[in-house]
Design a protein around this ligand. Structure first.
Ligand code: ATP
Length: 442
């Protein structure tokens, strides 16, 4: 068999997959930045990535996450003798940049040289997005597939690092272009020309999404944390993200830009479940009927209950979901809904779905009894008291209680999908605008 020189070259090259997680703390840093620095340092050594680096969001209900529960992975095709160099660069970046002094920062780095991602690693990755895994499970998995793990301190990050390598983004994916600030500016207020973001949004949406909050006009591409990110633009393709980035005017220096392929906005965290199957730490899609009216609790949160043939569960639209709560408040007992959302582990509280979106599938009729009209004068008759019938004082006509009319009260809500605003959206939650991305020239 004859091989093309390029193929021969590729055969002699090693495919090294790198996963990184748990490098930041609430006070600063971001795993995507550590990844970006490592990638740029490798490029400076002439080592280019295969495809896009991946930004993988993990279980949004996981209690030990710092913020958005993200991890990073990328792949390089290199000569065998370059493998130690890549490992040095990656481990060096983690060592230098991770918030190691912070108790809850426990970085993990994984290197994997397999040609294909084994099915069991894909399954592990799903588990970390949809459930919970332990450090021991990650170590066992790494041993079984022959991956090399590097634990800093507790090394919890190997869970996310392995999960990022194992997520092949096969069914759905999005892109995020991230522009980073120069270190001098970290922790200061971000300077960006707001009008340029509005223009960018109008020129690139719906192929970019969550740039602005439609109800408040608030800019959503800039985070509010002391991390190195100036802004992140999310979109359906790398091309649209680049176009959008060119439209945004930063009023401070940008240190570097990276485009990540991600599982953000894909609903990968959700699984279909019946109510009795729902578990803490899961994110679920549950069909049910409203069985307890929505009520507002202190703090402005709206809670109602749904049931199916297996049980009952609370659903919550929390205060930050703002106007979404007004939709939810219009539900009534008997309405058929499909609830989408996460279940946090709160031992003292009943299981509650923290709603990300809701589909109203069917509305229960709301009926009201009204007094009959007088057959002679056409005026509404008066009630004589409970069960005692009706009378028209003017005409002297009397009717029995059975004459009451039962009418349907118009509902203030219609069947359809409703979602929380971008400010309250989980990174993994698929925005409704992505349900049918519009193909556009850009
Ligand atoms: P940021 O998004 O700001 O980079 P973060 O929110 O990703 O930070 P980390 O600092 O990475 O949070 O901490 C999360 C830790 O929990 C990591 O060590 C990760 O490996 C681990 N982890 C993430 N998801 C799970 C899960 N489903 N089960 C067990 N461990 C998890």
């Amino acid at each position: 068999m004859k091989f093309h020189p390029q193929e021969k070259l590729a055969m002699n090259l090693a495919l090294l997959r790198v996963g990184i997680d748990d490098t930041d703390s609430k006070e600063g840093m971001c795993t995507t930045y550590v990844g970006a620095v490592a990638i740029d340092r490798l490029k400076a050594q002439g080592i280019k990535l295969e495809g896009y680096p991946k930004l993988i969001r993990l279980n949004p209900n996981w209690k030990l996450k710092t913020r958005g529960n993200c991890s990073v992975a990328f792949e390089v095709r290199i000569s065998e003798h370059q493998v130690p160099l890549v490992k040095d660069v990656v481990l060096g970046a983690v060592n230098e940049l991770a918030e190691l002094h912070h108790e809850t920062t426990n970085p993990g780095v994984v290197f994997y040289q397999g040609q294909k991602i084994p099915a069991k690693l894909k399954a592990f990755s799903k588990k970390v997005v949809r459930g919970v895994a332990t450090i021991e499970e990650a170590e066992t998995m790494a041993r079984e597939i022959g991956a090399e793990v590097h634990k800093f301190k507790l090394g919890r990050g190997i869970i996310g690092a392995l999960a990022a390598i194992g997520n092949t983004l096969e069914h759905d994916w999005t892109f995020e272009l991230i522009a980073y600030r120069i270190p001098k500016n970290w922790g200061t207020s971000r300077k960006i020309f707001a009008a340029s973001v509005i223009e960018m949004n109008s020129k690139t949406t719906p192929n970019t999404f969550d740039n602005l909050d439609p109800s408040t006009g608030e800019i959503r591409i800039t985070p509010h944390t002391p991390c190195p990110i100036l802004y992140g633009i999310r979109g359906e393709s790398a091309e649209i993200a680049i176009k959008a980035h060119r439209l945004v005017k930063a009023l401070e220096p940008i240190e570097r830009v990276v485009i990540y392929k991600t599982n953000q906005g894909t609903d990968e965290h959700l699984r279909r479940a019946r109510i009795a199957e729902a578990r803490p730490n899961w994110s679920v899609i549950v069909d049910g009927k409203v069985c307890r009216e929505p009520r507002v609790i202190p703090g402005g949160h709206v809670i109602f209950q749904i049931c199916d043939e297996t049980g009952k569960i609370d659903c919550a639209a929390y205060e930050p979901t703002r106007r979404f709560r007004d939709v939810v408040k219009k539900l009534t007992v008997g309405d058929k809904v499909r609830a989408y959302g996460g279940i946090k582990e709160k031992p003292e509280l009943p299981l509650t779905i923290n709603l990300e979106k809701i589909a109203v599938l069917g509305l229960a009729p709301v009926l009201k009894k009204i007094n009959p009209l007088c057959q002679r004068c056409g005026k509404r008759m008066e009630s004589e008291g409970r069960g005692k019938g009706y009378s028209c004082k003017r005409c002297g006509i009397r009717l029995s209680a059975k004459a009451a009319k039962i009418v349907a009260v118009p509902r203030e809500i219609e069947p359809g999908f409703f979602e929380v605003p971008p400010r309250a959206r989980r990174h993994l939650a698929k925005p409704l605008i992505r349900a049918k991305p519009v193909e556009r020239e850009y």
